[in-house]
Ligand binder design. Structure first.
Ligand code: TYD
Length: 216
């Protein structure tokens, strides 16, 4: 049994990752590839419960999680997700498309929240035995376009992390860019401006090497 491939989609708020995860899943299934689409934080019942602690907050706790507790909760959610869904799927030959993964922790809790990259990688080693995607698609969108998309999407208000100040989100985007530059073999940078089908076409061309390697 050939191991499945692991593809993560990363980027800031309103980058269109969820739509692209769905389009990519459909394109791979049309080629006869078994695919599971999942997301972080979440993807398993335990990780979804942690998601709600992180994004909805806790009644009576207005201050919210500190940066360290937040990073540990994301790592705990990821540990459950990897052990119960991602690894078993890959080992069974299914491809996994994940809407956000480790690099979101490095960009948000690291770049945004000020934790060191080494600490976040340690948490990932302890929680998930360091499992990395085969390919990480970083979807990058101009900030004016993001403001427009979020105004359409988040009419009921943004979540606890999405609603942080612009300077936080600017540090997140800069960190994503730096991570992609540092590890050009694992990352593909995708221009996320334009309509969903155009962006999907860019993603499919970034996937060509993986698809060719899997066919041979
Ligand atoms: P979600 O509604 O899934 O956001 P989006 O549609 O923008 O992807 O919410 C996930 C939020 O959690 C988002 O603000 C990014 C944040 N996050 C982290 O801060 N660290 C992480 O490790 C992950 C996976 C997400």
């Amino acid at each position: 049994m050939t191991r499945g491939r692991f593809i993560a989609l990363e980027g800031g708020e309103g980058a269109g990752k969820s739509t692209q995860a769905r389009l990519l899943g459909e394109a791979l299934r049309a080629r006869g590839v078994a695919v599971v689409i999942t997301r972080e934080p979440g993807g398993t019942p335990g990780a979804e419960a942690i998601r709600s602690l992180l994004l909805d907050g806790v009644a009576g706790d207005e201050a919210g999680w500190g940066a360290r507790a937040e990073a540990l909760l994301f790592a705990a959610a990821r540990a459950d997700h990897v052990a119960r869904l991602i690894r078993p799927a890959l080992e069974g030959g299914t491809w996994v498309i994940c809407d956000r993964y480790l690099d979101s922790s490095r960009a948000y809790q690291g770049g945004g929240g000020g934790l060191s990259d080494a600490d976040l990688l340690d948490l990932h080693r302890i929680g998930s035995e360091g499992l990395l995607p085969d390919l990480t698609l970083l979807v990058e969108v101009e900030s004016v376009e993001v403001v427009r998309r979020l105004a359409l999407r988040d009419t009921a208000g943004s979540d606890r992390i999405g609603g942080r100040e612009q300077a936080y989100h600017d540090r997140v985007s800069a960190t994503f860019r730096r991570l992609a530059e540092q590890d050009a073999d694992r990352f593909a940078r995708i221009d996320g401006n334009g309509d969903p089908q155009e962006i999907h076409a860019r993603i499919m061309s970034a996937l060509t090497p993986l698809l060719e390697a899997s066919a041979s």
